[in-house]
Design a protein around this ligand. Structure first.
Ligand code: NAD
Length: 307
């Protein structure tokens, strides 16, 4: 066993706690801990674990003199100051495997909901309106799905959408997996071609300086006016003001967002629009994804400590 001490700052699957304790680690589980409290006690811990509620800032890392590992039980690392961690020789780890299928399945559901306007139909019935005539939909079969970012989630989505007989167009800044490309008959394209040709555009890139507002007003103006954008990556990747204008003016067909520039996105003006589906960052919120991510992180930590 190890005598290292672990601070868990967010709610995580209990399996994580269990595996770490079984390996002799001392775990403080504090899913409600505040940033001030973290600043106060971070110096006492060798390992700090977060999910998405907590942000590990440079201030915190500056005080983390005994820290060896910062772990994120999830994919995106934008809530950890990685530069500060690197400067202090702290390993930053994440669990890419957990969310892959969960997010891809959510995108599939959102595309189907956009195509058939199920959320609008549901709202109608609740407001005593039977919108059968208004809700003539379209089918996904044969439509062009543009996937921006063919990493873990983008590829899983490509495979699911291929099974529905969609045509898959892909754009990435690195070479795309050949086996995957063959399997789904991928049409590789540059970003502009993808945007001009797609009926659905789903984004699966990390939030970086280079991806901030990757879809802005200019890019949106090149898309089909029936095109639908699905963003389950990070809020900053899509310019929300531009998206609102395009949807309102009818130069875009619809959008489904799971992530927002500001979260919680309560009060977003996008909620005024009928052709938008909004979900509260639930991409990885499945039992399976959370327990897989917790297992992966626990195993990674134990491996690192074993050297
Ligand atoms: P990944 O690292 O496996 O894949 C990301 C891909 O994006 C890589 O292939 C990379 O080369 C590509 N990329 C980077 N910059 C690009 C650019 N400018 N243009 C095109 N491609 C670019 O990551 P992943 O596991 O597939 O996750 C993708 C995104 O999903 C991340 O932003 C992550 O934070 C987000 N995510 C969201 C949820 C959620 O709850 N909604 C859950 C998990 C992950």
């Amino acid at each position: 066993g190890f005598d290292d001490s672990v601070l868990i700052c967010d709610e995580v699957d209990p399996i994580l706690n269990k595996i770490l304790e079984d390996n002799g680690l001392k775990v403080s589980y504090e899913p409600e801990i505040t940033p001030e409290q973290i600043l106060e006690k971070i110096a006492n811990y060798n390992i700090v674990i977060v999910r998405s509620r907590t942000t590990i800032t440079k201030d915190m890392i500056d005080k983390a003199d005994n820290c060896k590992i910062i772990a994120r039980v999830g994919v995106g690392l934008d809530n950890v100051d990685q530069e500060a961690a690197k400067a202090k020789n702290i390993r930053v780890i994440n669990a890419v495997e957990g969310a892959m299928n969960a997010v891809a399945e959510l995108v599939l559901g959102l595309m189907l909901s956009l195509a058939r306007q199920t959320t609008r139909g549901d709202r109608g019935i609740r407001n005593e309106q039977w919108l059968k005539k208004e809700l003539k939909g379209t089918e996904l079969r044969g439509k062009y799905l543009g996937i921006i970012g063919l990493g873990n989630i983008g590829k899983r989505l490509g495979r699911l959408a291929h099974a529905l007989n969609m045509n898959i167009i892909g754009y990435d800044v690195v070479p795309i997996d050949e086996e995957f490309s063959k399997e789904v008959g991928l049409m590789k394209a540059d970003l502009n071609t993808l945007l001009q040709s797609s009926d659905y555009i789903s984004i699966h890139v990390p939030l970086l300086d280079s991806t901030y507002h990757l879809l802005d007003a200019q890019k949106m103006s090149t898309m089909k006016n029936t095109a639908k954008i699905i963003n389950t990556s990070r809020g900053g990747v899509v310019d929300e003001d531009a998206l609102y204008d395009a949807l309102k003016n009818g130069t875009l067909g619809g959008a489904a967002l799971d992530v927002f520039e500001k979260e919680p996105a309560i009060g977003t003006k996008l909620a005024e629009l009928d052709n938008v589906i909004l979900t509260p960052h639930i991409g990885a919120q499945t039992k399976e994804a959370q327990s897989l991510a917790a297992n992966v992180i626990a195993e990674k930590i134990v491996q690192i400590l074993r050297g």
